[in-house]
Design a protein around this ligand. Sequence first.
Ligand SMILES: Cc1cc2nc3c(=O)[nH]c(=O)nc-3n(C[C@H](O)[C@H](O)[C@H](O)COP(=O)(O)OP(=O)(O)OC[C@H]3O[C@@H](n4cnc5c(N)ncnc54)[C@H](O)[C@@H]3O)c2cc1C
Length: 434
Amino acid sequence: MIRAPRRRYPPAGAVDVVVIGAGHAGLAMSRCLAELSIDHVVLERGEIANSWRRERWDSLRLLTPNWQSRLPGYAYRGPDPDGYMSVSDVVEFIDGYARLIGASVKPHTTVTSVVAEACGYRVATDRGDWRCRAVVLASGAHGVPAVPAAAAALPKSVTTLTPKTYRNPDQLDGGGVLVVGASASGIQLADEIRRSGRRVILAVGEHIRMPRVYRGLDIQWWLDAVGILDERYDEVDDIVRARRVPSPQLVGTSERATLDLNALTERGIELVGRLVGIDEDGKAQFSGSLRNHCAMADLKLARLLDRLDDWAAQHGDRPAFAPPERFAATRVGDAPRLCVDLARERISTVIFATGFRPDYAWLHVPVFDHKGRLRHDGGVVDAPGLYVLGLNFMRRRKSSFIHGAEDDARDLCAHLAASLRLGSGGRMPRGAVG
Ligand SMILES: Cc1cc2nc3c(=O)[nH]c(=O)nc-3n(C[C@H](O)[C@H](O)[C@H](O)COP(=O)(O)OP(=O)(O)OC[C@H]3O[C@@H](n4cnc5c(N)ncnc54)[C@H](O)[C@@H]3O)c2cc1C
């Protein structure tokens, strides 16, 4: 592990770089900037690892194994490398990193606006303004839940939650629950709520099916070894699509159990298609695409396993590998329901596990496309001296994961350092890093 000297906090004023957000990504960037002796400050509206302290449900465990949790100069060194961290473990891990690197974090400092100035940016906060030459947006990819418009038509009697506001089944009344979205969060919440004895309906759209363990090894080991997590944003055919791929259906448990739709059906959860709307009588309408979505997920899983098997064969089919496996197709009932009368069926809660989008309401720089997405080239935002970290498949497939921060932060820090040397208006050519 590295030992970095403690840094003193400068007063609100001028600094070379402002990093917004003290999650793992902002801290990884802080570490890289410190290595190059670049003067910077990390502004955090709450405390270090704030999202993990405030915005996760109680039972959540990482879906990435402990051995995979690493940041620049830091890695999990505990007794259970194959386990999965709880939320408090993650907070401790990130807190420990901030202490280790002596990060110059200003907690309880909310950024309220970022505007471009002649020689850089003015970053306004509720504790004074900062002037800087460069800004790194490390405020997270999961700022706002992406709730479908249909939510607005739900009857007032129905409680709506998201993975940010759900904590545990005790906060629910005794009624049934409709979980919308069958990616990592949706399947985990559906499973937990069903185990609490409540009726659960799960609305399933596009999803990525994955076994927890394949040929005796954690699926994350395979994705890492085969290089899938290292695939770069400029190597894939359709990066816009790749960035929208949902999180895999994985859960971290001590039994290393697979949690797929078949497992959920066995536990008594009813599967329906994508939620397409709520009609004026409060009936939820679902698309007839369930079978197609499941067939597509099964097909993609088979292709992934073929790729892993090919890699294993090329690498000498080590004795550690158990024989190849194939998994039963997802079972879909003969006639999945297209309509559920929420009131009649006593569905009192709907949880929208439909993904997230970043929140840049305070970023007053013209860097958004017509859909409101940040324009960036692998994290180099379309404005001099502006960078972003932690977005889905930002530079690599692993960009939004804890272990993905190091490579991205190093690449972008090198770009940033060079642009500071060129002067704040300096523009680097595409592909100048990494
Ligand atoms: C449910 C869930 C499960 C996940 N599971 C895993 C997993 O198993 N393994 C894995 O590797 N990754 C996982 N991730 C992905 C990722 O590791 C986390 O989302 C992580 O929190 C992202 O880190 P970050 O530093 O990019 O952003 P965040 O941790 O969100 O940090 C951003 C920080 O910016 C601060 N901030 C935001 N706006 C402002 C502002 N205006 N002013 C000042 N500060 C601000 C926030 O308070 C926050 O502390 C998961 C994500 C979610 C949502």
